[in-house]
Design a protein around this ligand. Structure first.
Ligand code: GUN
Length: 300
């Protein structure tokens, strides 16, 4: 049986970061501007510490300034909001990311809404979500943006494609659907209350899975030749205690049916940070009235 092309997100993200680094160097040479990204981490969650360190390292490797802000898990909401207000005013800071989840005494919505719309490189602020919905100049959430870039690289023009997005979160599902609609796809958003989920999936030329349930999407839910983007990162227990990462799609079965598929790990994950850097570059240009450069991944 035919097997799917495996979409190498890790390699693509590395090429995209190299393309971003070229534009960062140009911005410095032509305008004396260095994009600055501040990542705020509250508390000591081990997984968040790893994510944040990766974001900061990759920002520096792209030639950006990375400003690190660490706050104790006991910080009050007022203290965090005051910190964000200072970052909003700081001209060296073009992008602000507050790592989620936050401790329970802090309302994440209040924090997201405190970030200046123009510095919201996560694209989580309701104004950016609204701009994306109405087709404006939004900061687009990093994970769906990474998925879209992979899809366009693989398929070119997406006009008329039937796309099914599994999951309706504010971070992935909803912005993914808005992006695909902007690309003239026919979009269905399916979720935990959807009737006949497998049937909905079988109609998809493009299937984006973002449900957070290990290997839920079975091989026979996939239309032969479809492009499958697996956003899930789920850790299954193993005998050695280290765990095994799997996506939302049953990969071994899906790879026999799909036309192309992203693996987990090494698919969508690396694209998320590359798109954070892309958003930081875009935010820097917009804040200085410059057109956002067209970033191309460097040659393979
Ligand atoms: N925690 C897990 N993923 C993300 C993300 O994309 N942005 C933020 N701010 N926190 C996260």
């Amino acid at each position: 049986m035919a097997t799917a092309t495996i979409i190498d997100g890790k390699q693509f993200a590395a090429r995209l970061r190299a393309g971003i680094a070229e534009q960062v160097a140009r911005l410095k040479a032509d305008h004396g501007l260095t994009p600055g990204l501040t990542v705020v981490l509250v508390g000591e969650d081990p997984a968040s510490q790893i994510y944040v360190r990766n974001k900061e390292r990759q920002a520096r490797e792209a030639g950006m300034n990375s400003f690190e802000q660490r706050l104790p898990a006991t910080v009050t909401q007022a203290e965090l909001l005051a910190r964000i207000a200072r970052l909003n005013q700081d001209p060296a800071v073009h992008g602000i990311l507050v790592q989620l989840p936050l401790p329970e005494q802090i309302d994440p919505e209040a924090v997201i809404q405190a970030i200046a719309v123009s510095k919201d490189v996560d694209g989580f602020h309701p104004v950016n979500a609204g701009l994306l919905a109405v087709g404006g100049n939004a900061m687009v959430p990093c994970t769906p943006l990474g998925c879209l870039i992979l899809l366009k690289d693989r398929l070119g023009d997406l006009t008329g494609q039937r796309a099914v997005v599994l999951g309706r979160s504010n971070i992935v599902g909803k912005p993914m659907a808005a992006l695909l609609l902007r690309e003239h796809c026919t979009v269905t958003v399916a979720h935990s209350r959807t009737r006949d989920l497998a049937d909905e999936c079988r109609r998809a030329d493009i299937l984006v899975a973002a449900v957070g349930r290990p290997e839920m999407i079975q091989g026979d839910w996939i239309k032969p030749g479809a492009t499958v983007i697996d956003v899930g990162i789920n850790r299954l227990p193993t005998a050695d205690g280290k765990g095994r990462l799997v996506g939302d799609v049953a990969f071994a079965a899906a790879v026999e049916v799909a036309g192309a598929i992203t693996p987990v790990p090494g698919g969508v994950g690396p694209m998320t940070i590359a798109c954070l850097l892309l958003n930081t570059l875009t935010a820097t240009c917009r804040q200085h009235g410059l057109p956002a450069p067209e970033v191309r991944p460097t040659a393979a």
